[in-house]
Write a protein that binds this ligand. Sequence first.
Ligand code: F3S
Length: 422
Amino acid sequence: MRLTETEKRMLEGQFGEALAKSLQYIVQFGEAFDAEQLEDIRYCHYPAEMAIYEGSIEELQEFAAEQNVVAIPTTSSTLCADMQCPEKTGIPLALAQNQSKACIAHRKLGIQPTYTCTPQLNGAVPAFGTPIASVESSAIIFFNSLLGARANRGGLFTKFSAVTGKYPKMGYMLEENRAGQHQFQVEDFPVNPMENSLWWSALGFVVGSHVGSDVPVVCDLPVAPIERWITLGAAMATSGSVSLFHAVGHTPEAHTLDMAFQGKKPNSTRTIGKKELVSAIEQMTNLSSNEKIDFVCLGCPHYSLEQLRLAAAWLQGKKIDASVRFWICTSRMVRSMAQSSGYIKTIEESGTKVIADTCPVESHMRISTCQEYHLPIPQIQALVTDSFKMARYTKDLIGCKVGLTTTEKVFQSALEGRYLVW
Ligand code: F3S
């Protein structure tokens, strides 16, 4: 690998042992993938190091104790509890205490305590063409596809990028790897604004399951707010490991079909209609219509201020069923803005909880964590949501039944304590 003079000096330890060690990992990582040089990255979305993973907190503390400090603006991903009010999620005290050690280490490292899967809703919007390092598949796909930033699935190496400001020039950092590979025509796509989230999630899930880790190009999508694109990308990254997609006429590298494919021919072309989307919803759902439920969740990925405003408008003056726990998940910054606007009070008066920093999937409710803390399993019997990502992971990691439905019916299900089909 060709290194700059500064990189060579960093590797020799002239800027300290800790930096030399981190850069060594980055160089080895790049060499394993034949990267020819390193990129200067401008932003990092950092793994939060959740206390539900064994050894994760200790490793983070060690990393901070080595005098590491981030070299670029760095936000943080989700935790396993709402650390501003841990009792709100029912997390065991010992686990919350352990998680709080991570927050101390983050401060020491200079990481912004955003604790969210939607840092783009908290001001992290790298410009077109900017190389970045990021964890969280739903954030990576958004940065790449909607903003045109350059990102790969960062994984464990993200922390070394945060402190060195370097990442191997490879994968989606390279222009030629960003060309579309498969074409999808969308027909009879439902456009009702309240129902929409489910359909965008279903479309993303279907597309992702067809392409695996390739780059899909989606045609004929309607104009939509940012929240729909976040939903679409999150679902693609769930069924496949898609990190980049193009939507012709919407995303910055796809002004035209030809531009999306960089002048090449698609490997495959497919039409997706309402029939495929309905079939995906039915396959993911294992609750029957009107079956009793005990958990409802919105905010996967974490909700925006506008989504909380709509939730407040929907829940105003209503009460959710006494047997249901209803979480709306968001980031602490968005919650704080919603607090000032009065939305949180309106939502919580209905019995719903607005949870920040985490979500059911990332919480103590995972089967593995319940086993460790001797908690009853499963923590949730039957959950209703409008997100394929939430549905897939709660089924697998919490062991509950799930029902997918439109956002409007999610609210209605919470009020009635039963699963209302879309
Ligand atoms: Fe975010 Fe949890 Fe969904 S981390 S993307 S709300 S599974």
